[in-house]
Design a protein around this ligand. Structure first.
Ligand code: MEV
Length: 317
């Protein structure tokens, strides 16, 4: 029996534009997804007691195919990440399942291998993707994607002419409050919506370019510890994402109310519902404001480790 876990993430800057090779910055959050794999005695693989199927277990099924697993397995998952909340639950299930399956096969995979396989699986299941979620879930800490090589380079990933350098990032001690709208939003339709806009409209391509510039400026503001500038750039990033059509009235409302007590706020992840983030010196005030507007706030510590093997993990249900 092998158990592997992987963290979720929040994107500080650059979602959607990163699919087109623009830079992005994400931080792994200390909410993890656990996946346990063991041999079963049945003639079908089961996930949480149900026969494995593409609709509910697409990422796990693809991970089994990618690794050529032929045995039938009993797979269990347990998640502290709400799915459809923009917090990287799909990447976390993909990375934890890959880790557990490699471990079950007696292999010790490198981070780079897991990140590459995870990215391929996300692309396959979602239609298109960038490596930001899967690389952050694999490596942990802060992760920066850039088309240029900068310091603390980890590996690069390329797909159909789009190229990303993956780096370990530095993020100063930040109080990040997450506000979940309660609106479940799947990533693929939102990525598809931006793709239609991008392919048909030069204006959309200009917005994507501008997001790329905001991310670069955000990276240097984070390095300088200039939170006022970081906040201004987050506000700008949110506006640009709104123009791309991936915000939601509840996101705009939580972003607006959080800004009163924050350096800046923006949606995080694919949008369309899901969650927003705010950077603040007063997390209690921001959390209270989010709750009053009907959102679900939480704060988190960055997850320093990405995917990891768990010696003992007890499933509660
Ligand atoms: C989703 O967390 C981030 C997106 O940019 C999609 C991706 O990069 O794969 C919307």
């Amino acid at each position: 029996m092998v158990t592997c876990s992987a963290p979720g993430k929040v994107i500080l800057f650059g979602e959607h534009a990163v699919v087109y090779g623009k830079p992005a910055i994400a931080v792994a959050v200390d909410r993890r997804l656990y996946c346990t794999v063991e041999k079963n005695n049945s003639d079908i693989t089961e996930v949480n007691g149900y026969p494995i199927n593409e609709t509910h277990h697409g990422y796990i099924l693809e991970a089994m195919k990618a690794l050529g697993v032929e045995e039938t397995l009993s797979i269990k998952t347990s998640s502290h990440l709400q799915s459809g909340a923009g917090l990287g639950s799909s990447a976390a299930v993909t990375i934890a399942a890959l880790g557990a399956l490699h471990g079950f096969m007696g292999e010790t995979p490198s981070e780079e291998l897991i990140a590459r396989q995870g990215f391929d699986i996300e692309c396959g299941v979602q239609g298109s993707a960038s490596p930001i979620d899967t690389s952050t879930s694999t490596h942990g800490g802060a992760v920066i994607l850039s088309n240029r090589k900068i310091k603390n380079f980890l590996w690069h990933i390329e797909k159909e002419g789009t190229f990303w350098n993956i780096h370990e990032g530095f993020v100063p001690n930040l109080n990040i409050v997450v506000g979940y709208t309660g609106v479940h939003a799947a990533t693929p339709p939102l990525v598809g919506k931006v793709s239609n806009f991008y392919n048909r409209n030069t204006f959309a391509r200009d917005i994507v370019d501008e997001i790329g510039e905001v991310v670069e400026a955000g990276r240097s503001a984070l390095e300088r510890g200039d939170l006022v500038q970081v906040g201004n750039l987050m506000d700008r990033n949110h506006k640009l994402l709104k123009i791309l059509g991936v915000s939601h009235p509840k996101l705009d409302s939580l972003v607006k109310v959080s800004r009163k007590y924050s350096y800046g706020a923006k949606l995080t992840g694919a949008g369309g519902g899901g969650s927003m983030i705010a950077i603040t010196d007063d997390p209690d005030k921001v959390s209270e404001a989010i709750s009053k507007r009907g959102g679900i706030p939480f704060t988190f510590e960055p997850a320093e480790t990405g995917f990891r093997y768990e010696k003992s993990f007890k499933y509660t249900q």
